[in-house]
Ligand binder design. Sequence first.
Ligand code: ADP
Ligand code: MG
Length: 249
Amino acid sequence: MTEQSNLRALIKARKVNKVFPNGCHALKDVSLDVQPGEVVVIIGPSGSGKSTFLRTINQLESITSGRILLDQVDLTDKRTNINKVREEVGMVFQAFNLFPHKTALGNVMLAPMQVLKQSKSEARRTAVDLLERVGLADRMGNFPSRLSGGQQQRVAIARSLAMKPKVLLFDEPTSALDPEMVGEVLDVMKELARAGMTMVVVTHEMGFAREVADRVVFMEDGELVLEESPERFFHSDHPRLQRFLGQVL
Ligand code: ADP
Ligand code: MG
């Protein structure tokens, strides 16, 4: 990677280590750059540190050593306003965590009003646009309990987008869904990728990785083992990756 493209990186992680208080060394010298508009897919076995790594990027988790820069801002710098950083990094989880007493529209409007201090009409306009974008134009007034899992996850994506994040992190966004609903969520993610959204996606959906990722990363035992274009990645004969793919495919 050239010096020039490094300067443009939206996420720059350098030798990140995370040791939990119980001694678990969850991230070992993990370095990764994500350029604006890139889609990076992270795969790896359970317990390899994928979620921990995503959580360090939006500072839900502090790091033990190393550095993380988000759009040139050093997250480890004591002077950095972490709340501001969190606003700029959207996160979509396996569990959608919608507010049950709010409609789809209300869920998407909430943070822009409370955090960004948008007016109700402005927040509503944005929310309507976003819910249309994720294919839920006819479900805006529904409460989460009246939405399928796939629909709820699409509301959760719209809710993240409403904060106009610089980057969206996805932690196994389809793992809790019934199989017939996986496609509709992946389709929304593909559309976001096409529109130029910068995304880091932890998933076991290898088809998505092949089709949408600019780079695929393999993590195991807290280490970033391999980082390649999808073409090279899925033809790699790296023994640790081979062993993992042999188990999941
Ligand atoms: P993955 O998302 O790849 O399944 P995680 O990032 O969740 O992996 O976990 C990586 C390692 O860190 C695991 O060994 C896990 O048990 C450990 N871990 C995660 N969260 C904590 C925590 N809060 N305290 C102690 N250990 C943790
Ligand atoms: Mg995880």
